[in-house]
Ligand binder design. Structure first.
Ligand code: MG
Ligand code: ZN
Length: 187
């Protein structure tokens, strides 16, 4: 079995005092950035943040939550992009967020084909890796936000509550969901 990329990330430091959630696990394509139809975000120039996404991440971080992206990127196993390309896309993601005052605590990717690993969502391996790097975090005090059934299934398999954003940038946006989560309402 192969595991998440990168394999050797540093520990995730504890959430801030009074944070409403320990880890907030975010899907990438269709949740933080525009999903490329029938393709992958293969290079940094193709990355487009969704409206309000940076503000949502900034609000989570300001509340003391640790924010971790968990993303399926099968385009690597299909030979459509390299790990270097993927890392460059994630550097751009960090830059775009930083330009808007936001930041991520980790980005964990499954770069494998379906059925050859334990980390491709709906399997829970990416989430398990996030909690391995954050042993202080409780799953029931964490939440995953994604736009697809496989996101919700991965959360269910990992024992983490989940919320869904609308498809293809439709409401509710990530910012809508985060606003709701930070107000402590259930959806
Ligand atoms: Mg998605
Ligand atoms: Zn995988």
């Amino acid at each position: 079995m192969t595991g998440p990329h990168p394999a050797d990330g540093p520990p995730i430091p504890p959430a801030g005092e009074g944070a409403p959630f320990d880890l907030v696990l975010l899907d990438r394509d269709g949740t933080l950035n525009v999903q490329v139809v029938d393709d992958y975000v293969r290079e940094p120039g193709a990355l487009r943040l969704l409206p309000g996404a940076a503000a949502a991440v900034g609000r989570l971080r300001a509340a003391g939550c640790r924010v971790v992206v968990v993303t399926n990127q099968r385009g690597v196993s299909r030979g459509l992009m390299t790990l270097t390309d993927l890392d460059a896309v994630h550097e751009r993601l960090e830059e775009e967020l930083a330009a808007r005052g936001a930041a991520l605590d980790a980005v964990l990717s499954c770069v494998h084909a379906a059925g050859e690993c334990g980390c491709r969502k709906p399997a829970p391996g990416l989430l398990d890796e996030a909690f391995r790097r954050a042993p202080w975090a409780a799953r029931e005090r964490s939440v995953l936000v994604g736009d697809s059934g496989s996101d919700l299934a991965a959360a269910r398999a990992a024992g983490v509550p989940a919320r869904r954003v609308g498809p293809a940038g439709a409401a509710p946006s990530l910012l809508d969901v985060v606003t709701d989560l930070l107000q402590g309402r259930d959806g």
